[in-house]
Design a protein around this ligand. Sequence first.
Ligand code: NOJ
Length: 512
Amino acid sequence: MTERQPWWKGAVVYQIYPRSFCDSNGDGVGDLGGIARHLDHLEWLGVDALWLSPIYPSPMVDLGYDVADFCDVDPVFGDLADFDLLLEEAHRRGIKVLMDWVANHTSDQHPWFLDSRSSRSSRRRNWYFWRDGKPDGSPPNNWSSAFGGGAWTWDDRSGQWYLHLFFPEQPDLDWSNLEVRDAMQRVLRFWLDRGVDGFRADVVNLIGKPPGLPDVAPELAGRSLIDLWVDIWDRTDTYRYLQEVRRTVGSYPGDRVVVGEIHTRDMGRLVDFYERGGLPLVFNFALQSQDWVPADWRRVLEQAEAVFRSPGTWPTLVLSNHDIRRIRTRFEGSEARARVAAVILLTLRGTAFIYQGDELGMVDGVGEAYAADPTGRLGCRAPVPWDMRPLRGWGAQPWLPWAPEADHCNVAARRAQPSSILHLYRELLHLRRSSHPLKHGSWRILETPSAILGYERRAGAETLVVYANFGDEDATVGGPHNGAPLLVSSSGTNPSTWDGTLAATSAVVLAV
Ligand code: NOJ
């Protein structure tokens, strides 16, 4: 008998960036009604779960990652009744729903912060980090914010500085304060009681701050949070706080899950978040920064396999999200490469994440409107085009212009064409769902010519082999290749035999 596995092991989570998914009420901003309208499509595609980027009331300085109320829905997206309906409809189709939970900070318009800011004697003053400056009038320490500039903002009225590791409109919560942790527990319970299946936890590695908030060495003062994390924020406290979160989430039935967003250049450090923090899942972003070089992918995959062999860990597979350039854009606009990347993403060991629109082969939006974001992350947030009509299935012109190619790179056109990348994603998702080796099997690298990445997935007597040719020329593999391909990245039909030759920039999945 095979051991019962939680639903999220080997599952595929589809990330929805609600503003850009679909607008149902004619204001040009995507909303919950727009998501509900397309649940049949997502069921057809075969995803196991949705992760919704923040839908909470927000001044939208960081497009929702500045939360003004953790227990409500911003009117631009709908209301709680719309959310309940969406959840019910998703569950009816067997699709789970994960909320984005922004733990590290709130909006500066959140009532907690308004209260905290109102005076030095406010009841919630110590929910955030308020400090006096240095004697020379400079900020309390030399930390930088992730979005540029210093990490402290001066508040004239109360005459102190407050800490923000992101925009000044995103003050950091002080998690060492039990009241803050209790308040966040209530937030988690609010959504768990409504029936959500878990959370994607925003930058949770930053919630434990070093006591005294000391300066970093002068040469590190302008460095990014990612560089500094190991030195500054790798805190026992963080793991303790996360254990509390895990206990709450784990006390609900149904294998509810938390996936932590942790940026680090040292993949090995992610293990602590599973083993010490108790998180079921942690994003591993290493693959999304790889160039189109098979040896690099091989190195990262072998490293991940070594890291996530540790008991209590389980790998995640991530190639893109709402913060970075899209897969196709990163690989010089090549759809063939995006197809190969899809095959790899969805045949590896782990829980896979697809960012909306990658399954259409979308490229990033370009032009003036996209340059408006000081953090340069709007390109991948171009609206999803649903059909060929002028408004492409939206209620009005969307808040951002269409990305290039929207006339054929849209859902209706891709669905109508059996050889499209959308059908490739669907095939992969259905193959993964029905394949024990792909969902739960072991992973082992195969010896291949240098242009090819090859690996094996095995469970019991069943073995699947994946070969991906990164090169611009046909290439032949010598390893196991008897048996018919289950899937070929470059065509809509799978040949009945295979002679061991891979076309340029293509991938194949074989049962051997
Ligand atoms: C990570 C999110 O993915 C990003 O979009 C956001 O700006 C920061 N966390 C701050 O919340």
